[in-house]
Design a protein around this ligand. Structure first.
Ligand code: UD1
Ligand code: CA
Length: 504
């Protein structure tokens, strides 16, 4: 294990002469990555530090990733750019950026279409350090990659990877596999897969074991079209040759576009070693329309569910549980069927999420119990063994250890002390049409059913609120508050009422 003085910046295991390329990653940056949900990238950087089994052949090489995101996405028929469509709660471009960061790309260039401030903003969210380039005209993938020419030309770099933002399922393993042959001297590496239906893909043209060209469908001969080994789109280039290969690409083809894939034939013509790395189709499927978007979502869900189960959560019917890219389920968590996890949810060990619950931006403590039919909205924080039952909504509120909100209740902008019991039908009235106000409920307080707590208001520890109260003033600790009409009983009233009506 390599050691590091406490507080010193973490650094990729890089050659000293490359340090300017990869830069240093401070503890703050790593903390930020965790915060924005790319914990895996943070872990990766830390492993590079300390894990001697990490392939140094890759870890020691500097890497520039160029992510192409300038496509129009016409077939999505959407006012949202294609690469911003979400999969498992995060846009496609963010997925791809997280994967290239995890794969150790110390520099990232993203190519976006003109006037795509929205795409740029998504990029900055996960990769604040990425350089953003605009491709003014959409003249093909090589033309797009060359929009990032400045990034390529500015500093020498060992590896260049080009990724498509509309291929969101690629993972760190795919990028590492692509980079590995570069460390062995390859000039260009393509990612290939056996397509069930090769229609529309570029075909890898092999001469014995050697990749000599990639032919786009529209330019392929009948014989070439019969080839099932297809181009996934991701490519890796030896940094020393990347720019010269890309600028040599012409546009004499059926679409009149500058194809990045032509760089393979050019490299082969220059006797640069070319290589193919194979990937399963499920990893490289692209998204061009909403049908493929749904297919990619399914594939991602399968991956996330499997990971959750392997990490020790029970999903009784995994196909009905929807997870987000950053959902964290502790060991022995049980998730019943039909539960939806929007982004930002952490569930502690041994908690149970009953059927038909919806959670977003919430922290659930160990052995807490949620649902059935519960809704946790952003800022809900449940302590250990807290209970949130059926038809209960909790927003921006903290529930202490063992607090119970079992039925038909809205808790918003509140703090509920440990062991407090909130009766059925309680509402925190937190909104007056202009501002939001807080409700404080002390430890062990007991709120009778069907009470309205009109915020700002506080209920002291151990206090009782009588059922049906509308509480507008603070209640001291251990007091009883009754705020409802007094009951009147009129003896035999019903007898007279019936007689009067019978005579009519
Ligand atoms: C591309 C590959 C093909 C491969 C397929 C895999 C080329 C020439 N072809 O074809 O071999 O089998 O992907 O899915 O590379 N883009 C830009 N600017 C442009 C053109 C494209 O940014 O001017 C971006 C798109 O947003 C997209 C990516 O590049 O993210 C790929 O472009 P697309 O037009 O979808 O290529 P395919 O025809 O799918
Ligand atoms: Ca495509």
């Amino acid at each position: 294990m390599r050691s590091r003085p406490p507080g010193a910046p973490r650094r990729l295991a890089i050659r000293p002469q490359d340090s300017a390329l990869v830069g240093q990653v401070s503890d703050e940056v790593i903390a930020k990555w965790r915060e924005i949900g790319i914990a895996a990238a943070a872990d990766r950087f830390q492993r590079h530090q300390t894990d001697p089994t990490m392939p140094d052949a890759i870890a020691s090489r500097s890497c520039l990733a160029i992510v192409l995101a300038a496509g129009e996405g016409t077939r999505m028929r959407s006012s949202l750019p294609k690469v911003l469509h979400p999969i498992a709660g995060r846009s496609m471009v963010e997925h791809v950026l997280a994967a290239v960061m995890e794969a150790g790309a110390g520099r990232i260039a993203v190519v976006v279409g003109p006037d795509r401030e929205d795409v740029a903003e998504a990029v900055r969210k996960v990769a604040p350090e990425a350089e953003i380039f605009v491709q003014r005209e959409r003249l093909g993938t090589a033309h797009a990659a060359l929009a990032a020419r400045d990034a390529l030309a500015r500093q020498p770099v060992d590896d260049v990877i080009v990724a498509f933002a509309d291929t969101p399922l690629v993972d760190v393993a795919a990028f590492s596999a692509l980079r590995a042959p570069l460390a062995e001297g390859a000039g260009i590496v393509a990612l290939g897969f056996e397509a069930a239906d090769p229609h529309g893909y570029g075909r890898l043209i092999m001469e014995r074991d050697r990749l000599i060209a990639i032919r786009e469908e529209k330019d392929a001969s009948d014989e070439e079209r019969r080839i099932r080994l297809c181009n996934a789109g991701l490519m890796a280039f030896a940094g020393a040759h990347a720019l010269s290969l890309m600028v040599s690409v012409g546009n004499e083809n059926a679409k009149g576009e500058y194809y990045l894939t032509d760089a393979v034939g050019i490299a082969a013509g220059r006797d640069l070693p070319t290589r193919v790395v194979r990937a399963p189709e499920a990893l490289v499927q692209g998204v061009n329309d909403r049908v493929q978007l749904a297919a990619a979502e399914q594939a991602m869900q399968r991956r996330l569910r499997e990971r959750a189960m392997r990490e020790g959560a029970t999903l009784i019917d995994p196909d009905t549980v929807y997870l987000s890219f950053d959902t964290q389920l502790g060991r022995d968590v049980v998730v019943e069927p039909n539960v939806f996890f929007a982004p930002g949810v952490t569930v502690g060990e041994g908690a149970v999420i009953h059927a038909f619950s919806h959670l977003e931006g919430a922290k659930v403590g160990p052995r807490a119990e949620i649902g059935p039919f519960a809704r946790l909205r952003p800022g809900a924080e449940l302590g250990r063994k807290a209970k949130v039952g059926n038809f209960v909504e909790v927003k921006k509120s903290v529930l202490g250890e063992g607090a119970k909100v079992n039925h038909l209740t809205y808790i918003g902008d509140a703090e509920v002390g440990a062991g407090a019991n909130i009766g059925a039908g309680t509402i925190t009235c937190n909104y007056d049409g202009f501002g939001k106000h807080r409700t404080m409920i002390g430890e062990g307080a007991f709120i009778g059913s069907n009470s309205s707590l009109v915020a700002p208001v506080s209920i002291g520890a151990g206090a009782y609120v009588g059922s049906g109260s509308v509480v507008t003033k603070d209640v001291p600790a251990d007091a009883l508050a009754l705020a409802r009409g007094r009951q009147t009983v009129i003896k035999d009233w019903a007898v007279g009422f019936r007689e009067k009506n019978a005579k009519k």
